[in-house]
Ligand binder design. Structure first.
Ligand code: R5P
Length: 296
């Protein structure tokens, strides 16, 4: 298998190749002054299985364009299977039309990947796996979603969060808290979050939890503005939790997010390297390599 670390995932792509025991195949790339991306593969791919590791943040539109250029070029030059490894898949939150006449962004993304020759898409903790399966059914791209939650929980266990309570900030992410509690063994629950679709304002219905003097971890798929995480952390600190950690798979690192979450009382804030940020404490390289081994 040829592993191409894309411009947005150079470190992770190299680590995946290393785990697979193959030499990474770099891609030649640059961005022209007008913002257009240039891509050139550096090795023949005819008859080969190709895995392209390219996350789509920050700068999702450019990162997608680069991914499409890499995939289509591999297709044009005769690659057999093309696996797009997109650890953080941008646009996945728009997986249905919430109001009339909205773009169904995730469907558009699948269509573009398919047209560019992608045969398999590998993601980590996509926003909503069930909705994504619905989109997958309309396209000829096989979709594989992996979970980094046990890895995050294992990390926290070593950081003295063994026995901590696991919490998700909304019902949709309850599966994350449940998976984490299998490692931390301290029980799990969820808060009810609603977000105003126009203003983005978050309201959280907080339950009384028996959390006084206990450690807790808020687990979510992503931190964007930090509003969701901050509200959940604050609810736990206000109920007397001894220490609260904030953990998620993807940190989009928006301005002000860290400050908001720290102010609410979180320590530490941890994430994976699906997007490289100062919070990346857990590597998903092994998880991806195992999947690629299975697919090859
Ligand atoms: C939403 O349902 C997601 O699971 C996250 O909770 C959300 O995207 C986080 O966004 P923010 O950090 O802006 O509150």
């Amino acid at each position: 298998m040829i592993v191409i670390p894309g411009p947005s995932s150079l470190g992770l792509g190299w680590r995946v190749a290393e785990r697979l025991g193959v030499e990474p195949t770099p891609v030649e790339h640059r961005v022209f002054p007008d913002g257009e991306s240039y891509i050139k593969l550096t090795k023949p791919v005819a008859g080969e299985d190709v895995a392209i590791v390219q996350t789509t943040a920050p700068n999702p539109d450019m990162r997608f364009m680069q991914l499409l250029l890499m995939a289509r070029t591999a297709k044009d030059f005769g690659a057999e299977n093309i696996v797009a490894v997109v650890p953080y898949l941008a646009y996945a939150r728009q997986d249905k039309r919430f109001t009339e006449l909205e773009a169904l962004s995730l469907d558009v993304i699948f269509g573009l990947l398919e047209a560019s020759g992608v045969t398999d898409l590998v993601t980590i903790n996509i926003h909503n796996e069930a909705s994504t399966r619905g989109v997958e059914a309309k396209h000829g791209v096989r979709f594989h979603n992996l979970s980094a939650v046990p890895l995050l929980a294992e990390y926290l266990k070593k950081e003295h969060f063994d026995g901590a309570y696991s919490l998700s900030p909304d019902k949709g992410a309850i599966y994350i808290a449940e998976a984490a509690s299998k490692v931390l063994l301290g029980g799990y629950n969820f808060f009810e979050k609603t977000r105003d679709r126009k203003t983005g304002e978050i309201t959280m219905a907080v339950k009384d939890l028996d959390i006084k003097g206990r450690k807790a971890v808020v687990f979510d798929d992503m931190i964007s503005s930090g509003g969701t995480m901050a509200k959940a952390v604050e609810a736990l600190t206000q109920q007397g939790a001894e220490r609260v950690a904030a953990a998620c798979t993807h940190v989009l690192y928006m301005p002000g997010a860290e400050e908001k979450i720290r102010k609410a009382g979180a320590d530490p804030i941890i994430a994976t390297n699906t997007i490289e940020t100062p919070f990346s404490r857990v590597s998903v390289a092994g998880l991806i390599a195992d999947k690629l081994r299975e697919l090859s």
